[in-house]
Design a protein. Structure first.
Length: 228
């Protein structure tokens, strides 16, 4: 993605659909009304508002813009509400009927922050392994309780894998279905003791959550009985 430092010269911009994209858009009820003149750019740091061909309004700060693919990246307030977080929207301008520049940024944007590529690659590998592990468990017919326990253990101990329907922890402890404390097998020692404590706490937390959910479900009935 190419970061842009040229200032857009018009106050209102749009995107022209290719014939194939136009046909696809028409099938979804999209009808873009404006076209971006050749050579238009969005300056990094500008505040823009986009209207999609589905009449959805998206607004945020320009983080990046790739002219060739017409992909625009906007930074928006976090949907989680956390002040130090932000949502990043990737918008394909082929499906946008109008872009309005609310506040043009004319000064040179600050230098880009450095990225720890190796850390990002490691995180991507870890997440991929976790997804593959979940997919394996589902395909092997592991119960939902077993899948949930595996995820709980994996949060604390990364050396955790599936062996058919058994959970193998640190190559020392094996947990067989139905995955209760008594199903934890291995050489007596700190590893087995630690895993047993994790399993015990997991099912205790699950039971507490079930009790809470039942209580919340019964609350409206109790209130209705009292009001009558």
């Amino acid at each position: 993605v190419r970061l842009v430092r040229r200032v857009a010269s018009r106050r209102s911009l749009g995107a022209r659909l290719s014939p194939a994209a136009a046909a696809a858009a028409a099938g979804r009820g999209c009808s873009p009304k404006m076209a971006a003149p050749p050579g238009e750019y969005f300056s990094v740091g500008s505040q823009v508002s986009c209207r999609t061909c589905q009449e959805q309004r998206l607004q945020g700060e320009v983080v990046a813009f790739d002219y060739q693919s017409k992909m625009l990246a906007l930074k928006c307030p976090s949907s989680s509400g956390k002040p130090n977080h932000a949502d990043i929207l990737l918008i394909n301008l082929q499906y946008v009927s109008e872009v309005e520049i609310i506040n043009d940024r004319t000064e040179t944007p600050p230098p880009l922050a450095s990225l720890n590529v190796s850390k990002l690659a490691s995180k991507a590998r870890t997440e991929k392994e976790e997804k593959l592990s979940q997919a394996y468990a589902i395909s092997a017919g592991v119960s939902l309780e077993g899948q949930q326990l595996f995820q709980t253990i994996h949060k604390t101990i990364k050396d955790c894998k599936w062996q058919e329907k058994n959970i193998v922890v640190m190559e020392e402890v094996v947990i067989t279905p139905p995955y209760q404390v008594e199903n934890c097998k291995g050489k007596e020692g700190s590893a087995l003791s630690h895993v047993r404590k994790i399993v015990e706490k997991h099912f205790r937390d699950v039971e507490s959550q079930k009790i809470l959910q039942r209580s919340q479900a019964q609350q409206p009935q109790k209130e209705a009985a009292l009001s009558s």
